[in-house]
Design a protein around this ligand. Structure first.
Ligand code: C2O
Ligand code: CU
Ligand code: CU
Length: 531
């Protein structure tokens, strides 16, 4: 069987481990690749699932909007630390917000602003392989740089974590989050130009919930019955240290994607969770660099998806399997009521990754899942002031190894080409000319998926003409809500529609495969003040 890059992305999780080396294109010289620990050799389900602690505010500051108003102020320092990812492993060196990874969880109320001072207390040298040939990571740049982005946040540009707004150890950045948006699971993570993939791989990510009254009134499972699940894959070496792969050319260590065989959930590999036989709400994030997750439950248990990236769906959608690209979130209800005194597994493809130990009895009753959740008013195509056709491009070398990935054939440093007017609505057609599925993320806005349609790549390249080869495919029921990240599938045009509300200023849009993002698959866009 020939393994194409496209299959690689879509392929089964169990293949990931053995296929990492294939990414190098040719066998690496001895000593350059550290031997990989086989995660499958670890004893499963010996660590209980950690729940990241809440972030605590350390005082108040006056609001940048209205200086008379005092708002909560958080100080979160990024630090290097060591922790055990599994009972039987040595401690792993990581970077984390507040010295933990995942970082502390924020619980914000819609419309209640807060400030976070992100402080860089990391060492001055990086412990993962920087590629100095990548834009923004040239040898004259400091090795350790950070900037924090709140993914899904409707945030003023100054606080959005622009990739060039990085700061070095000893420095900090004060960010203002107005939280003027619907209840949703956001996440914060590093966004530094040229080394983002390494900083996040090192552990710089965490969750940020926005809550509101509408959600409260639905009576969904909460407190100990609402569990965040931050999933990401890692590669470890035999000393349990992060083993980020490198290409054979030491001057160009960048690899096009990283797939680890160790699926880490809230900071542990193969954890277990004690649950009661009742409904639970799981807030799932795919925080992987490149891995797409295909989640299901053992013993024919199914999910109800009740929300997507940026909020609740109109109605619960029953699903057997969830497909989550890097950056995407799913809001899920699982009912363990029929499974008392049983063990249920959360699977990624055919690999179990989390064990639920269901108790005999539930300590509390829970009412039925609401039939209606939150209306999602459709953005009308006719309301769009502009349609942009934007291609996704992979540039290969002569051996068909990818060298760089581009959006609309433009590099990061070229002049801004996407410049929607504040409060206007636009349709973006993402024309994927590559063999990979790329999860495309826009900062600032929430959008809806209009449809996907296959087209003829060769005609598009040679003439610029769009020749469709298949029927229009509407988004699946679980994609009909508010999104901030969308799968642009290979050979398809994916159309999204967004209203550019919020703030004028410079933001970014990019592929959320972090290796792609770091190697040019990211572009600035300007939201222009209305004339
Ligand atoms: Cu999840 Cu530009 O980020
Ligand atoms: Cu974002
Ligand atoms: Cu990509």
């Amino acid at each position: 069987m020939e393994l194409t890059r496209r299959m690689f992305l879509k392929g089964s999780g169990t293949l990931g481990a053995s296929m990492v080396l294939r990414q190098h294109g040719s066998p690496a010289p001895a000593g350059r690749v550290r031997t990989q620990l086989a995660a499958s050799s670890l004893r499963p389900f010996v660590d209980s699932l950690p729940i990241p602690p809440l972030a605590h505010s350390s005082g108040a500051r006056s609001s940048p909007i209205d200086p008379k108003r005092q708002i909560p102020y958080y100080r979160i320092a990024m630090r290097q630390f060591e922790t055990k990812l599994h009972r039987d492993l040595k401690p792993t060196k990581l970077w984390g917000y507040d010295g933990i990874s995942p970082g502390p969880t924020f619980q914000a109320r819609s419309g209640q602003e807060l400030m976070v001072e992100w402080v860089n207390e990391l060492p001055k040298t990086h412990f993962l392989p920087i590629d100095h040939s990548i834009h923004g990571a040239e040898p004259d740049k400091p090795e350790v740089r950070t900037v924090v982005h709140l993914h899904g946040g409707k945030t003023p540009a100054k606080s959005d974590g622009y990739p060039e707004d990085w700061f070095v150890p000893g420095k900090s950045a004060l960010c203002h989050y107005p939280n003027h948006q619907d209840a949703a699971m956001l996440w914060y993570h590093d966004h530094t130009l040229g080394i983002n993939r390494l900083n996040i791989f090192a552990g710089l990510l965490g969750t940020f919930f926005v809550r509101d009254e509408f959600e409260d009134a639905l009576g969904l499972p909460r407190d100990q019955y609402e569990i965040p699940l931050l999933l990401y894959d890692r590669i470890l070496d035999l000393d349990a240290q992060l083993n980020y792969p490198t290409a054979p050319d030491p001057k160009r260590p960048w690899v096009p994607e990283v797939f680890g065989d160790a699926i880490v959930i809230n900071g542990k590999i193969f954890p277990y969770l004690d649950v009661e036989p009742r409904k639970y709400r799981f807030r799932v994030l795919n925080g992987s660099n490149a891995r797409f997750l295909h989640l299901s439950m053992s013993k024919n248990l199914s999910f109800h998806q009740i929300g997507t990236d940026l909020g609740l769906l109109p109605v619960p959608v029953p699903l057997e399997k969830i497909f989550l690209a890097p950056g995407e979130r799913a809001d899920l209800i699982v009912d363990f009521a029929g499974s008392s005194a049983n063990q249920i597994l959360l699977m990624n493809d055919i690999a179990p990754i989390l064990q639920f130990r269901v108790a005999q009895k539930a300590s509390a009753e829970f009412n039925a899942l609401p039939q209606n959740l939150r209306p999602v008013p459709k953005l009308r195509e006719a309301s769009a002031a502009k349609t942009r056709t934007l291609s996704l491009v992979e540039v290969d070398d002569l051996k068909q190894r990818p060298v760089t990935m581009l959006l609309n054939n433009k590099h990061w440093s070229m002049p801004v080409t996407e410049n929607p007017v504040l409060d206007s609505t636009e349709i973006w057609e993402l024309v994927n000319t590559t063999d990979d599925s790329h999860p495309i993320h826009l900062h600032l806005v929430r959008f809806q998926i209009l449809d996907r349609r296959s087209f003829e790549i060769s005609t598009f390249w040679s003439t610029g003409q769009m020749r469709y080869t298949g029927p229009v495919v509407f988004p699946s029921a679980f994609e009909t809500g508010w999104k901030d990240t969308v799968r642009a599938d290979p050979g398809m045009v994916t159309r999204i529609i967004a209203k550019f509300e919020g703030f004028p200023g410079r933001y970014v849009w990019h592929c959320h495969i972090l290796e792609h993002e770091d190697n040019e698959m990211m572009r600035p866009f300007d939201v222009l003040s209305a004339p």
